[in-house]
Design a protein around this ligand. Structure first.
Ligand SMILES: [Zn+2]
Length: 348
């Protein structure tokens, strides 16, 4: 049997019809791409380590979004978005009884056809966990046409790392898995707001945010969801041996709680009810006495004990790049290529 190509090219009108998850390269509607030459992308196939890792991350992200506590968080986000989106016909008259079916419709759509995932450390992604590009979807919401998720390429280095067989590396991978699954879920919450308002350029209302995130005019729905689910926004760093650490932090960034491995391992096996109880933060002292779930740290201790997961931004001609400054995002043409399914890279 000839070897399977590592990716499949689709183009032109055939690609338009290919948006539905139907090819053997889609596993439960998932497509994973890497940046290729000339601004194009190549599509990975199942069996490729990076594809399989992303499939595992996406699976946990979907399961996290569907847990009881997350549904309540998404309900609160829906109410807040609806309250200030009276110009959106679908939201203007949204009844309380419509909210959960609306959420389930969205979750059903992304479970059937996960938005394209580009695994990349280009265009500023070297300093971010994830980023989402949204497009208008007034007529019908089709996740692959509506949005592209970029995911930090940390996961690419892992499968080929010979140290992967060491216990420390296994620990690292489990923590990394949760970190990137939370990232994917966070990005899917942004796409949920798009699903509600249907206009890609429509910003998240400032009411939908948490602590230091967002501005007076634009909210941060992903952080809002994290805070409702975990009890604070999620920050990710690593120890001196490169083992990932995940913490929830309060609005001031002065108080952090590192999430212990017992919680991470339970979340990986979907034991959500033990730790993600509605309205109970992971830092709750009565529910989780003696630091059962978390290690309490000051914001300073968290920063001193654990390193930034991202490399320092390269200096520019104008001097040091400011944090959060975008070097160069995916171009509109690249987004159009992806959301139209026109992935031009040819198989060998
Ligand atoms: Zn976000």
């Amino acid at each position: 049997m000839p070897p399977m190509p590592q990716w499949q090219a689709i183009s032109g009108s055939a690609a338009e019809a290919d948006l539905a998850a139907s090819s053997p390269f889609d596993v439960c509607g998932l497509r994973v791409l890497l940046p290729a030459q000339n601004g194009s992308f190549r599509r990975l196939c199942p069996g490729d380590d990076v594809f399989d890792c992303v499939a595992s991350l996406a699976s946990l992200a979907l399961d996290l979004l569907e847990c009881k506590s997350s549904i309540l968080a998404l309900k609160a986000i829906t109410r807040d978005v609806a309250k200030v989106s009276l110009e959106v016909p679908g939201l203007r008259n949204l009844e309380e009884t419509d909210i959960e079916p609306t959420i389930l419709e969205y979750l059903g759509a992304i479970r059937t056809s996960f938005p394209h995932v580009v695994v990349s450390n280009q265009h500023g992604m070297e300093g971010k966990n994830g980023r989402t590009h949204k497009k208008d979807c007034q007529d019908a919401f089709q996740p692959k046409s509506a949005a592209v998720i970029e995911l930090n390429a940390t996961v690419r280095g892992y499968p080929t790392d010979p140290r992967a067989f060491l216990a420390k590396s296994t620990r690292r991978f489990r923590n990394l898995h949760l970190r990137l699954s939370i990232t994917l879920a966070h990005e899917l919450v942004h796409i949920f707001v798009l699903f509600l308002v249907r206009i890609g350029s429509e910003h998240t209302p400032p009411q939908v945010s948490f602590g230091p995130f967002g501005t007076r005019t634009v909210g941060e729905s992903g952080r809002s969801w994290e805070s409702k689910l975990f009890g604070g926004y999620i920050d990710m760093r690593h120890n001196t041996e490169g083992v990932e650490a995940i913490a929830l932090c309060d609005e001031t960034k002065q108080n952090c709680w590192r999430i212990k491995t017992v919680v991470i391992d339970d979340l990986l096996v979907r034991n959500f009810n033990r730790w993600l109880q509605p309205g109970v933060p992971l830092s709750d002292k009565e529910e989780y006495p003696q630091g059962q779930a978390t290690e309490r740290l000051t914001g300073l201790q968290w920063k001193v004990k654990y390193d930034d997961v991202f490399p320092p931004l390269p200096p520019t001609a104008q001097g040091a790049q400011k944090p959060g400054q975008e070097a160069q995002e995916l171009s509109p043409a690249q987004i159009a290529e992806l959301t139209a399914g026109k992935i031009m890279d040819m198989p060998q």
